[in-house]
Design a protein around this ligand. Structure first.
Ligand code: NAD
Length: 293
């Protein structure tokens, strides 16, 4: 029997808690948390993600501002927008939507974000703090995975986790979080990537598998052991005639019945990611405004 880890449902519950928090802030007549977003270029998926983030801010009552820049914007132009957000006292936290056009050096941009406003948790100061188990902003997707596992009371400690994919936004942070000495960590983690030989060898032994590769149906039933817990981060667009479908990195049909848990796509890690970004924005606002007042 395979149980779905319903990220959509959990995200709605977290959203209700956040809405109560926002009501308290309103009641105290304090300024509402404000998320800034910088979007450069016309990557269709990025535009969809940004719209979802803005919509969720509106639903919850957060204010939000979007700076849209054309595909051919220079790095300097994006840096100028980052400095404006760093210095804008009404913006509590902001993100630069990734990926960016090829000619942009992402590292330069991330390094120029004020770490106190870095609600994606990508700045090395925040990433380092996360690795050292210090209080900081945790990258939203990794934060969403940990939270979902916690909400379902799935024990991570002592389990063997295999992470497939080592991107700085998903694979790397989740591999660190699962392994650190913490209530949600203490797992033995194997981080695999394109250079990993014989991936089967690792996945077959794993208690938990987190897949963030970007390849539809990449992980199949014959690659897992019975009872494995599967987290599917992948979001892949598949054209079926005139329809477009979303498919994860896990071949749902071949694992169903063999795995103990799986996150569906859509409705798994996606909604958790957005709500965790909002949680990080509120944390930034608290840090800057409310607690210090
Ligand atoms: P990425 O392209 O930056 O990284 C992919 C990783 O997969 C790389 O580290 C690479 O080494 C690894 N990889 C590729 N082929 C492999 C193979 N054959 N064996 C082992 N490892 C392999 O991707 P990303 O930004 O981490 O995104 C991955 C997927 O997750 C995409 O589908 C993306 O859309 C999705 N995503 C979803 C969310 C969400 O909110 N659910 C958030 C971020 C990314």
């Amino acid at each position: 029997m395979t149980q779905l880890l319903n990220g959509k449902e959990i995200a709605i519950k977290i959203k209700q808690e956040i809405c109560e928090e926002i009501e308290k802030i309103k009641h105290q007549k304090k300024r509402l948390p404000h998320l800034g977003i910088i979007l450069s270029g016309n990557n269709v998926e990025s535009i969809i993600y940004v719209n979802k983030k803005i919509q969720e801010c509106k639903n919850i009552g957060l204010s939000c501002s979007l700076v849209e820049l054309p595909e051919n914007s220079s790095e300097q132009k994006i840096l100028e927008e980052i400095y404006k957000m760093n210095n804008n006292p009404f913006i509590d936290g902001f993100i630069i939507q990734l990926p960016l056009p090829q000619h942009i050096n992402v590292d330069n941009l991330i390094l120029s974000i004020n770490p106190d406003k870095d609600v994606d948790g990508f700045h090395p100061e925040n990433f380092g703090k996360m690795a050292l188990n210090m209080n900081t902003f945790i990258p939203a997707t990794a934060y969403g995975i940990i939270t979902l596992l916690q909400k379902y009371k799935i024990k991570i400690s002592g389990k063997h986790t295999v992470v497939i994919g080592r991107s700085r936004i998903v694979g790397l942070p989740i591999s660190i979080l699962m392994s650190i000495q913490n209530d949600f960590g203490n797992s033995t983690v194997t981080l695999t990537h394109t250079y990993t030989k014989n991936l089967f060898f690792y996945t077959k032994k794993a208690d938990i598998i987190i897949v963030a590769v970007g390849s539809p149906g990449f992980l199949t039933g014959n690659m897992i052991k019975k009872g494995a817990i599967l987290i599917d981060v992948g979001i892949n667009k598949i054209n079926q005639g005139i329809k477009t479908m979303l498919k994860g990195d896990i071949d749902f049909d071949s694992i169903f019945g063999k795995a103990s848990y799986i996150t569906p796509v859509p409705g798994g890690i996606g909604p958790m990611t957005i709500i965790m970004l909002i949680k990080n924005t509120i944390k930034a606002a608290y840090k800057r405004l409310y607690k210090s007042n």
